[in-house]
Design a protein around this ligand. Structure first.
Ligand code: GLV
Ligand code: MN
Ligand code: MN
Length: 423
């Protein structure tokens, strides 16, 4: 592939990313949560591009857009499909590449295979998942878990901030929750799952490398912390007898940061990203506080130990301050290790495209592969993003790097086809 071809693919990717970035539910910034009007607009756009690329398009019961290209060659693998996916939901005030580039890369790779006349011995399916960020509802990976046959159906009764359940949101989106179990794929029908994703960290930018392979996705847990104290008059209740829920929450947050800092060498990270306080008035002592907690580590034991220590210290803080505390587990995923056969194919393809041996990186970010691993082998490619910034509107990926990533994906697919591919 010459530089012109790569930048052609990169230019196409950038134009599609720009178009998707216009699908937002917040004026002036990108916010596209699961099953919202912006999700519908993005899904329609993706479906249109898939159809133009010659794929058979459908939306499933979890609102994932599927674009399928059947095998081009008869043979033992003709009934199987290679899955290539990522997500089109975003965080609040998001960057435009997280997830979206992986979907665009899948569509462009299939388009390139077809335009180069490469016939494959297995089908290819591009998947645009709707719920990788898990920002609207407490649980995450609903769409990929559905395909992987790993959906915990209690999620259907979980509510967003407006008290709309997942079930109600699916129905309003035109999806049939009763059909969710039928969407699960069978392991025997799948070749593997590949995902291209921006790195969302600083390594590739620092080392001046465009692409990397992912060795594994970190162990991750989400928890909901509730603190109940006593609301009271801000002017009359003496400090010594207060049971201030927000003051307790502040101590809990500082304690969580202390534990994470202590474990930083083992890649432990812990984040309180959202907090609500009731009743929330200037002259009322806070009676209740609720907050999110996200804990990740390079290994499951490290995460488990950190969460156990947090639970213990939260109990101590509650007892000392006379407030009632509870920590509910919302979502836990163990480390998801990439399959060597896919990692090798990705590494060979990257080496061919960039001329250099790619490094292997652990992903601290969560990905749909954490659900897809219940179904099949997973393999991921990372693409450099500027200064490693993500979950932020300044997130940026160069056109050249996107072109290289799409080309490397095309070559990975051809490598997995092996002897069976015909051009
Ligand atoms: C999603 O990007 C996550 O890692 O939580
Ligand atoms: Mn993502
Ligand atoms: Mn993200």
């Amino acid at each position: 592939m010459n530089a012109e071809e790569a930048s052609g693919l990169g230019d196409r990717a950038e134009a599609m990313i720009d178009a998707l970035a216009a699908a937002s539910d917040d004026p002036g910034r990108l916010t596209r949560l699961y099953l919202t009007p912006a999700h519908r607009r993005a899904a329609d756009m993706v479906a249109g591009w898939m159809a133009e690329a010659g794929l058979a398009v459908r939306m499933d019961a979890a609102a994932t857009v599927h674009g399928f290209l059947p095998a081009g060659i008869e043979g033992p693998r003709a009934g199987k499909r290679l899955l290539i996916g990522s997500h089109i939901d975003t965080v609040v005030d998001a960057g435009r590449y997280d997830g979206n580039f992986g979907v665009v890369a899948g569509i462009l790779a299939v388009e390139a295979l077809r335009s180069r006349g490469i016939a494959l011995p297995f089908g290819i399916e591009v998947l645009a998942f709707g719920d990788e960020e898990g920002v609207r509802f407490p649980k995450t990976l609903i769409s990929s878990s559905t395909i992987a046959g790993a959906l915990d159906e209690t999620v259907l009764d979980m509510m967003d901030a407006d008290e709309t359940t997942v079930r109600q949101a699916l129905v309003a989106f035109g999806c049939d929750p009763a059909a969710l179990p039928r969407e699960a794929y069978r392991r025997a029908d799948v070749v593997g799952y590949l995902e291209v994703h921006i790195e969302q960290g600083p390594v590739l930018d620092r080392t001046n490398e465009p692409l990397a392979v992912v060795s594994a996705i970190a162990s991750q847990g989400r928890y909901h912390v509730r603190i109940r104290g006593d609301a009271g008059h801000a002017g009359t209740v003496p400090m010594a007898v207060r049971h201030d829920a927000l003051a307790a929450a502040a101590e809990v947050i500082a304690m969580i940061e202390e534990i994470a800092l202590k474990g930083a060498r083992a890649s432990l990270v812990a984040t309180v990203g959202a907090i609500t306080v009731r009743p929330g008035a200037v002259n009322v002592i806070p009676g209740a506080a609720e907050m999110s907690l996200d804990v990740r580590a390079a290994d499951d034991a490290g995460r488990d130990a950190a969460v156990a220590e947090i639970r213990n210290r939260v109990r101590q803080i509650g007892a000392r301050r006379g407030v009632v505390v509870g920590i509910e587990t919302v979502h836990e995923k163990p480390v998801a290790v990439a399959a060597q056969r896919l990692t090798r194919a990705l590494a060979t393809a990257i080496r061919t495209v960039t001329g250099a041996e790619p490094r292997a990186l652990m992903s601290g970010a969560g990905h749909d592969g954490q659900a897809m691993i219940h179904l099949t082998d997973i393999g991921m490619m990372f693409v450099r993003c500027r200064a490693g910034i993500s979950h932020n509107p300044v997130e940026s990926v160069s056109v050249e790097d996107m072109g290289l990533a799409v080309e490397a994906l095309v070559r990975t697919i051809v490598a997995l086809a092996g002897e069976g591919a015909v051009s």
